[in-house]
Design a binder for this molecule. Structure first.
Ligand code: GTP
Ligand code: MG
Length: 169
């Protein structure tokens, strides 16, 4: 049986919900008051998809500016990256383009890129339209989805979509 290890990292501004997405995906848990990540944290999760086993090796990076320079350590050699913004915080969106550009320049050439607009459960507070984000993703050649770590919406499917897009090896 084939087993594939997939190194993946999450990037994005502090507080957008990177750690919450990982916690939901890996343990199916959600915490209202997660502590802001220091440096980065690592978790693994096994997924069986279309008869293949994938072991995601997930680097959840810290969004705070003071950790910015550490990011290359985590995306270097990564097979996939998820860049997260908060749909209720317009100020978290411009960083998406910057991260994708940096990944296209400095990460592995065939890295699978995804953009996740998190906190989509908070529809009354929305500041970033789905259309605008979708257009950016199309322009940059990235997978796009809106997620909610709180409700679980699109979390599992995001990782599955990434697995499907991995180049054959
Ligand atoms: P850093 O580690 O500082 O980079 O932040 P982060 O991107 O890891 O954010 P984190 O996962 O810690 O989420 C910050 C807070 O946002 C959480 O404590 C939750 O209160 C809230 N949050 C995260 N995901 C969701 C979501 O999907 N919906 C809602 N309503 N709140 C969320
Ligand atoms: Mg975090």
């Amino acid at each position: 049986m084939s087993v594939r290890e997939v190194k993946l990292c999450l990037l994005g501004e502090s507080g957008v919900g990177k750690s919450s997405i990982v916690l939901r995906f890996v343990r199916d848990q959600y915490k209202e008051n997660l502590e802001s990540t220091i440096g980065a944290s690592f978790m693994t999760k096994q997924v069986v998809l279309d008869g293949k086993t994938y072991i995601f090796q997930i680097w959840d990076t810290a969004g705070q500016e003071k950790y910015r320079s550490l990011a290359p350590m985590y995306y270097r050699g990564a097979a996939a990256a998820i860049v997260v913004y908060d749909v209720t915080r317009e100020a978290s969106f411009p960083a998406v383009r910057d991260w994708i550009r940096e990944l296209q320049r400095a990460a592995s050439g065939n890295i699978v890129l995804a953009i996740a607009g998190n906190k989509c459960d908070l529809s009354d507070l929305r500041e970033v339209s789905k259309q605008k984000a979708k257009e950016l993703a199309e322009e940059l050649g990235a997978i796009f989805t809106e997620t909610s770590a709180l409700t679980s919406a699109n979390i599992q499917t995001l990782f599955e979509e990434i697995a499907r897009r991995l180049p054959a090896n």
